[in-house]
Design a protein around this ligand. Structure first.
Ligand SMILES: [Zn+2]
Length: 827
């Protein structure tokens, strides 16, 4: 990296929303510590440059070269220069439709198609909007100016400083200078935005497009709460005078933490009364909390390089759940964290195609289905593990120290360890390194020898491989004696083996107390496993442990260490289970097994699932009850759909009646809307398809549109599946094309039709947004390949020779296919 440091960018943008182009004019002040002859800036898809450099108080033309391959603009200075250097660049660019850089987003208003233009820069797309040193460590201040049509509104990171009418009839909007920050966090946008301001904290506003204002209140309130929690917990006030939460129709990611101007997919910020479900509400809160945590973790203190991206995303994931739990403890958010974050991270981290949380040599990091579960979910789980180890107070003090020490600057993992060590007075650096710098996680095997437990650790992977890895594992064990007494032991297992004395009168022990540790346990001691089963049955173990026991066992089956029937046998002890976490996980595991196994095993699974889930549904009620728990609502949605898939007549009848009523204009409770639509399509026909199509086009509500797209992936009839596949290509907006495909990949009737669709339409599917194309591949390969193993494997071997598109995702998806094939063969 060149030693030159940017100090200030003054960027003046004139967007043209008719021709989708923009003119840019930028003055950049840099500081060169030693004499330089040339200055390199990043550019992508910008042109018509004219460059000048300031000499003796005047700007003189400056020659330059562009290198498209390297994405560089190289200014050749008229003489050697050092110290403060000021340059000026005029240029032009496109307001593209790629959901990256400065792009357009489409919406309908009074029968017309209209556009807004907004930016999305992480991680390396600021260069599509202005020439810059596009690296997180190259921090500078930004002055943004925009000339916009009079009837439009401009938003940027800073508050508006002044607005001046121009002779051209436009308005010139000048924004306050930003704090020192990275290029990927810059935002500017223009459109028919309307603001809703919070009454209690006027810094917080929600920006919506016409007709959407009434949906803003819910997100606004939680934005205020998240900001209040963050300022208090981190001990550093939010430095900007305003925080805008902006709903954007076309958006590739979920949300983006631009400093002071956070952008969201509409359904992750706007709350639609009678349509947004309880789980939708939770997701809105979690995403808002996540993005607001970033205002500190990422925006104030920024990773020194992309390899440390986990310093942003792991904390945002952790606090995304933590802030929600703080305000709504009754939502059982940490149980949902185990399910949504820890469980999914382990399923990803058990693959051989893998990398460490701190990505080795990661100059660029693409956030996708390969990296996100590691950087976000595993990282968040490891933070929870370390908080458990050093205690909540030391954890908070460590974070406050880290944020204060590196504010407006950059940090590495090492800097974080030092703050944690200072706060906790414990040498935890090495422990953290063992989790952050190496891929994978340990399986702890436990054997009983006399009055001792022998623990050994080895890296857990589904496919066989030799590893020589150890972790410093915070082990916790509950020793139970009799019905009421227990003793908890905690220690750091820092080598391959450990031996523990069993307290007298122990009749059963459970390792990884309440599943806060990021490891799985293999009980070689069958008697103990049976005794634990008894404690599952009488529910004397908490739901977290009941979840962990069966989920660990399912992982061992996936690996071939235990026959699948051992898992089914163990589920005997869950027949009276009523807690959301273990039930949701069991449903998910069985659904996966059902898709993978042969017909004989499928029948065994269905005949287990049908009566069991019907009974649970009867207990909690097919219809949502007033004031019921959030987790009950979430469980019902999943069980209804799964029961229907297994052939439950009562589930199909209930949802079918609801669906018919809905088509006739009756309302459906938002908490069952998703499964009603899924089952409606499942049992539906041509008429159902046409009705969904019509509703999709007339609906203005993204939450509903996403449910419809999910339903399109749930048809049972071949004709409708094929129509839906064509619909994905012809009628679904780019941001959502992956939704029906992912649904089809868990629909046994659609799976056989996925491969031909993919191969036939490859050219068009490859044009999806890269991250969304990867989601499609990750959904298709492990399932579609089950019945055409050689064809799929052969195809992608050739494919990877010819293109580097999605290589990491293809590799991990082929590995998932291999695991599925082994599971089928072993059953
Ligand atoms: Zn994030």
């Amino acid at each position: 990296m060149q030693q030159v440091a940017p100090r200030n960018y003054r960027i003046h943008i004139v967007p043209d929303l008719t021709n989708f182009t923009f003119a840019g004019n930028m003055t950049l002040l840099v500081e060169a510590p030693t004499a330089i002859e040339a200055l390199c800036l990043n550019i992508l898809d910008l042109d018509n440059f004219s460059c000048a450099v300031e000499l003796n108080g005047h700007f003189a033309d400056c020659t330059f070269k562009t290198d498209t391959e390297k994405e560089e603009l190289r200014l050749l200075l008229p003489r050697q220069m050092e110290g403060a250097i000021r340059i000026k660049i005029d240029y032009e660019g496109q307001i593209n439709d790629k959901m990256a850089g400065f792009y357009r987003s489409q919406y309908a208003s009074s029968g017309e198609t209209k556009h807004i233009a907004v930016t999305q820069f992480e991680e390396s797309d600021a260069r599509r909007a202005f020439p810059c040193m596009d690296h997180p460590a190259k921090k500078a201040t930004f002055d943004i100016i925009m000339d916009i049509d009079k009837d439009l509104v401009a938003i940027s990171n800073g508050a508006i400083k002044e607005e001046t009418p121009l002779d051209s009839g436009k308005n010139r909007v000048t924004f306050e200078q930003t704090p020192k920050m990275s290029t990927y966090l810059v935002f500017f946008g223009v459109g028919e935005f309307e603001f809703t301001r919070d009454a209690e904290d006027p810094r917080v506003r929600v920006a919506t497009l016409p007709g959407m204002k009434s949906y803003a209140t819910f997100g606004l309130e939680f934005g205020r709460k998240s900001l209040a929690f963050s300022e208090d917990y981190y001990g550093i006030p939010y430095p900007l005078p305003k925080m805008d939460l902006i709903a954007i129709p076309d958006f590739a990611f979920g949300a983006m933490e631009n400093w002071g101007a956070i952008t969201f997919r509409e359904n992750l910020l706007l709350h639609y009364p009678d349509i947004t479900s309880k789980s939708g509400e939770e997701r809105i809160c979690e995403v808002i909390a996540h993005e607001i945590a970033h205002q500190w973790f990422g925006n104030l203190v920024t990773p020194a390089d992309w390899k440390y991206l986990w310093l942003n995303e792991s904390f945002a994931t952790y606090f995304g759940y933590g802030i929600v739990d703080h305000y709504y403890p009754q939502w059982e958010t940490w149980q949902q964290f185990l399910w949504g974050s820890t469980g999914s991270a382990m399923a990803r981290d058990a693959l051989l195609e893998n990398f460490a949380i701190e990505i080795p040599g990661g100059e660029h990091v693409v956030i996708n289905v390969s990296t996100a579960p590691i950087i976000y979910n595993k990282g968040g789980s490891i933070l929870r593990q370390v908080e458990g180890y050093i205690g909540a107070e030391n954890f908070q003090n460590g974070l406050q120290d880290y944020l204060k020490t590196y504010e407006y600057d950059n940090a590495t993992s090492q800097d974080l360890w030092e703050s944690f060590e200072k706060a906790s007075e414990q040498p935890i650096g090495n422990m953290m390194k063992s989790w952050i710098e190496q891929p994978g996680f340990p399986m702890i095997s436990v054997e009983k020898k006399g009055n001792k437990l022998q623990l050994t650790q080895q890296r857990f992977s589904y496919l066989p491989a030799d590893f020589d890895q150890n972790w410093q594992v915070p082990i916790t064990i509950q020793f139970f004696s009799g019905p009421a007494k227990s003793e908890r032991l905690a220690f750091l297992m820092d080598s391959a083996r450990a031996e523990i004395e069993i307290p007298e009168n122990t009749d059963v022990y459970k390792i990884n107390d309440q599943q806060t540790g990021f490891y799985i346990v293999d009980y070689q001691d069958q008697k103990n496993l049976e005794a634990l089963g008894q404690r599952v049955r009488d529910q004397s173990l908490p739901p977290e442990d009941r979840w962990g026991l069966q989920n660990d066992l399912f992982s061992l089956c996936n690996r071939g260490d235990a026959p699948f029937t051992a898992y089914l046998d163990f589920l005997d002890d869950y027949q009276n289970e009523n807690a959301f976490l273990p039930l949701l996980s069991i449903s998910n595991n069985l659904q996966h097994a059902d898709l993978v196994m042969d017909a004989e095993k499928q029948e065994i699974i269905s005949s287990l699932v049908r009566p069991w889930f019907e009974k649970v549904l009867k207990d909690i009620g097919f219809e949502p009850a007033p004031n019921e728990k959030h987790t009950t609502a979430i469980l019902r949605e999943q069980l209804l759909w799964h029961a229907a898939l297994s052939g439950s007549e009562s589930a199909i009848k209930f949802a079918g009646d609801q669906f018919t009523g809905w088509m006739q204009g009756k309302t459906v409770h938002p908490d069952i809307m998703k499964s009603v639509m899924q089952i409606g399509a499942y049992a539906g026909n041509e008429q159902t398809f046409e009705w969904l199509d019509q509703r999709f086009h007339s609906s203005k509500i993204e939450h509903e549109r996403m449910n419809i797209l999910l339903a399109l992936g749930c048809f049972k009839e071949k004709a409708q599946i094929k129509k839906s596949q064509q619909y994905i290509l012809d009628a679904v907006p780019a941001r959502n094309q992956f939704i029906p495909v992912v649904a089809m990949a868990s629909n046994p009737y659609a799976i056989p039709l996925l491969w031909d669709w993919y191969v036939t339409n490859l050219q068009q599917i490859e044009q999806f947004h890269p991250m969304l194309y990867e989601r499609v591949i990750a959904a298709i390969i492990p399932m579609a390949g089950l019945d055409r193993e050689q064809e799929v494997k052969g195809f992608f071997e050739d494919y990877m020779q010819n293109t580097d598109k999605a290589t990491d995702v293809i590799r991990l998806s082929l590995e998932r296919l291999e695991i599925n094939l082994r599971m089928r063969a072993a059953s």
